[in-house]
Design a protein around this ligand. Sequence first.
Ligand code: PGA
Length: 246
Amino acid sequence: MANWKMALRTDQAVSLARRLIRQRSIGVSPEVVLCPSFPALSAVQAAVSKTHLQLGAQDVSWTDRGALTGDVMPDDLRWNGCRYVIVGHSERRRYQAESNQTIGKKVTAALSHGLSPIVCVGETAEERRRRIHHHVVARQLEVILKSVPPARHGQHLLVAYEPIWAISPGGPAEPADAFEMAQVIRQALVDQYGGRVAGLVRILYGGSVSAANVRDFIDHQAIEGVLVGSESQQAETFIALLKALE
Ligand code: PGA
């Protein structure tokens, strides 16, 4: 999952997508999802259609339509070819003051329009230092998922463990810490939905993932994918990272 954040203009996003497409095997396995900013979605979609690359957005509105200046409706993301959407990234929590309640509504809105939400959770460095990180992350998920209808949605939901201190230029987390937190997340999902549905949810890790460390995370069964920011925003580093996964 490539989180391009606010790093690329539309023309730059399209040319990066084209560079990736030229690497023939990319996107077949593992699945590769590009998440450009809103204005770039349709142009990147045009570039990646008929390839194995998938498209995702970086945010979505919590409701279907309305007088919400600046918001983007889930239906519009689908129309623009998105299958995924990142929800509740720590940068949105921090700079847009998004609460777990709002994030829960966004997850529900995304799911009801056939989008797969990538729900981000994670603790601050201070919360880890105080050893309350298990509680903080479990609580984030509890509040977010309280309003999200369970059962049939299990296979469409993804949860990314993104410790805030590990996002570049910090991190990365120790793989063992990421695996431990993946267990905390899995247990929170079991508590919410029961074992069968919880088993369908994919858990990702994000925070300073690079070609040099990606296998340390992905080779463990607890982590089923990675959310990559800075190293996905340039062809050389992203292609190297994807090659490390082959
Ligand atoms: P990073 O970002 O890979 O640059 O640390 C990850 C993210 O914020 O999703």
